[in-house]
Structures are given as C-alpha cells and as structure tokens.
Design a protein around this ligand. Structure first.
Ligand code: ASP
Ligand code: MG
Length: 424
C-alpha cells in the first residue's frame, strides 16, 4: 500500500461542484488501494476576500486576529470536502492545522514549521479513513495561538505532511498540466516538463515561476519528498520534481542543458549613486537594507559616472519592499556618504535555468546573442552554477522570454493547451 499526499489549491475547490469533483478523485485514489492524506486550500479567492474584509474594518489588522480570520477559509473547504467524501460512502475526517500537528514558530502571517506531529492523521489512516488537513495553518506551542504560513502556504502543508508521514509521493493538484519550460500564456509553444530536479525547480520558483511556492520546494528538497505537479481537471501525468541524490545517482540520462526560463515583473532596482569607493561601504549599505527585512536579489557595483573615487551600487528587490528600503537608506545618507538614490520599478527579470549549464560552455554567449538579435538591452547580469539572470526593461521581458525560449530549442511543435487558470 502506498501513502499519497494530495494538495488541492483554491481554484480546484472553488465551488460545490468542484469540491465534489475533487472528492471523487480522492476516492478513486483510495479505491486504488492507497492511503490518502489531503491538504486543501481555501475555496477560490476566499483568502483575498477575507483580507479585504479585514482591511475594511481596520487599516492595520492585528496579526493574531488576522490569522484567526484567514484560517477560517481552509476550515470551510476541509469540512465540505470531508462531507462530500463521506456522502460517497468513504470514511473521511477533517483536521485543522493544530489538530494535524503542524507546529510552527510564533510569527503570525509568515510562520515557519518547526515540527510536524500528525498523530491524529496517522490514527485516522490506520482506521481506514481519508484524512483532510487544512492547508496554510499551524499552531505555536509557546503562545497557544493559531498561525498561518504565508500566502500559498498550502503547498508547504502538503509537503510537510508528506515528509512526516513518509509518503511515497506528494501530488500538487493545480489548474495547469504541470511545470512548463516557460509560462504558456506568454510562450504558446512552451512544453510541459516531464521531470525536473528539485534544484532546478528551486531556481525557477525563486525567479518568478508561480506554479509551486519556493518554501514548499525547499522543504521537499531538504526532506527528500518527491513532488508530482499535475492538473485536477484531467488524469494526465504532470511534472515530477525529484531529488537527484536518491534517484539520479545511477540514472544514465544526461541532464538537459536548459530546464526552463522564468520571468519576474515584481522586482524593482535601487541604485545608490556616488558611494565612497573604500572598504566597508557595501557592508554598511547592505546592513541597512538587511534590517528592513527586504530580500535582495541581484547586486552590481560599478565605477561611478559621477566622479573617480566613487562607485554606484545597484540591487534588485521586491517592489513591495521598495519604499521601506529607500526610507531606511535616506535616513543614513550622511553617515554612509553617498550622493543620492535612484529608484526604477520598470524592470523585468529573466532567468535561464538548467543543471546542464555546469558542464557546458557558451550558454551565456547564446543567451546574450539571442537578446542582441531581438534588440533587447541588458541592464544587469548575475549567474549561479545552474542559472543566468538578466534584467531588462519591463516592457521587453516577454519578447525576451520568447526569443530565448526559441534560441535554446525549447519550442514545442504544437501550442500548449492553457485552461485559462492562474497556475495556482
Ligand atoms: N489560501 C491561502 C492563500 O490563498 C493558502 C493557499 O492557497 O495555499 O494564500
Ligand atoms: Mg489560495
């Protein structure tokens, strides 16, 4: 008997009909002789609606109460799903995050899982029941309060349950057919990827691919959980996200040069202009940035256009952190001694990801040539072992994505079928 964890996102359980459809699918998996644990998100846009409601009551909702409110969304879907399964003649029990033993730290709104003790889930399985667990929520032992794991946290719930219960696979059901070589809404000839390493998936998720949340991929990688990302609207095989260490060691298959290309329009660029070119200044600047909690990505340092002995330092960060970081840097301007700040929120980032890059020369040359031939200007470049990222103007990033996809031979013969969902 296999133990399968299945996660259904909000778009898969958006209304009563969808819940019944999902229930049927769960029952089929159970009937095939598997033990089944389900992590479920709130119905449709429930979480956003609850957030709106909170902000209609007060501009700054108390974090503890906000978590109390938001976790209600998953309570609704888990109970409806369990009822629906029971009506089909199968035993099913729903559990809140705390009942399922999802122990987190105390950070409301962005709690981290510190322990998973799914005793009641295990008991339910032993008694032949299907266990339905509310995604996205946990419990802090110190405060005794309910927490949430951050937006999209149900993926993490599913992976954490899979790890703690030693599941054979963690299936992430969504409204697209799997992971694609690029966003099929922008690149019609994008191809579904059959297998991708967790390392490559991590880079794609970190660079704008929205199908899987990065924290869930990290958790899966750390705990050796195999993921299967697939559509809840058909029975097709989706994408397997595997951990190379366990599976790949004796595999004769060579890693593909490029796994996929991701783009991200959610970042902005800050340039600190005219920084004294002496030891300690970068440290000072990035300590100020670090204190804001902003997650910076690319960093480039250049000789300043302003004068000799000065340097310009640019970095990218989420637009949502832009104002906070600008304010923090401005407050320390005299102390650091820079001339000024520039803020640019019209940038786009493109990341080419592939484990085969490690052993292949010429990947950057090919990327830059493709962009040059399309007349696209590169503003920043950064690389890791298996990724090359470039920053361009925001309004050229989709063109960049298409030409790069073609240049690396990733185009399929046919256009991908897009079901019109968001990929969540
Ligand atoms: N319902 C939560 C959200 O919308 C968690 C999730 O969907 O994974 O962020
Ligand atoms: Mg959701």
């Amino acid at each position: 008997m296999s133990l399968i964890v299945q996660k259904f996102g909000g778009s898969s359980v958006a209304d009563a009909e969808s819940i019944k459809r999902v229930a049927k699918r769960i029952v089929e998996t159970r009937k095939a002789g598997n033990e089944v644990v389900v992590a479920v998100s709130a119905m449709g846009d429930t979480t956003d609606e609850l957030l709106d409601l909170a902000h209609q009551v007060t501009p700054i909702p108390a974090p503890r109460e906000l978590d109390m409110l938001l976790t209600a969304g998953e309570r609704i879907s888990m109970a409806l799903l369990a009822m629906s399964i029971r009506s089909m003649g199968h035993d099913a029990r729903s559990f809140t995050g705390s009942q399922a033993g999802m122990i987190t730290d105390a950070r409301h709104g962005q709690a981290r899982i510190v322990d998973v003790t799914p005793v009641r889930v295990r008991d339910a399985l032993d008694e032949g029941a299907i266990a339905i667990v509310a995604g996205f929520q946990g419990f802090n032992r110190g405060t005794g309060d309910i927490t949430t794991l951050g937006r999209g946290g149900s993926d993490t719930t599913a992976v954490a349950l899979a790890a703690a219960l030693h599941a054979d696979v963690c299936e992430i059901y969504t409204d697209v057919d799997g992971i694609f070589t690029a966003d099929p809404r922008v690149v019609p000839r994008a191809q579904k990827i059959d297998r991708i390493s967790s390392e490559e998936m991590l880079e794609l998720a970190a660079n704008g691919a929205k199908v899987l949340y990065i924290r869930a991929v990290e958790y899966a990688r750390r705990h050796g959980v195999t993921l299967h990302v697939r559509s809840s609207f058909n029975n097709n095989e989706g994408t397997i996200v595997y951990n190379p260490t366990e599976e790949n060691s004796e595999s004769p298959v060579e890693e593909p040069l490029i796994a996929g290309v991701a783009t991200d329009l959610s970042e902005a660029k800050i340039t600190v202009v005219g920084v004294p070119d002496i030891p300690g200044k970068a440290a000072q600047i990035f300590n100020i940035v670090a204190k804001t909690g902003a997650n910076i990505d690319m960093i480039v340092q250049n000789v300043s256009a302003a004068a000799t002995g000065l340097t310009d330092i640019s970095f990218t960060l989420p637009k949502s952190d832009g104002q906070t970081v600008l304010t923090a840097l401005t407050a320390e301007q005299t102390d650091v001694g820079f001339r000024g700040l520039q803020y640019d929120d019209q940038i786009g980032k493109l990341a080419l990801v592939g484990a085969g890059m490690r052993t292949n020369a010429g990947v950057s040359a090919k990327l830059f040539t493709a962009l040059y031939e399309a007349g696209i200007n590169i503003e920043m470049i950064s690389t890791s072992e298996i990724r090359i990222s470039v920053v361009t103007r925001a309004d050229t990033v989709n063109d960049a994505l298409r030409v790069v996809h073609t240049a690396f031979g990733l185009d399929a013969d046919d256009e991908a079928v897009v079901h019109g969902g968001t990929g969540r």
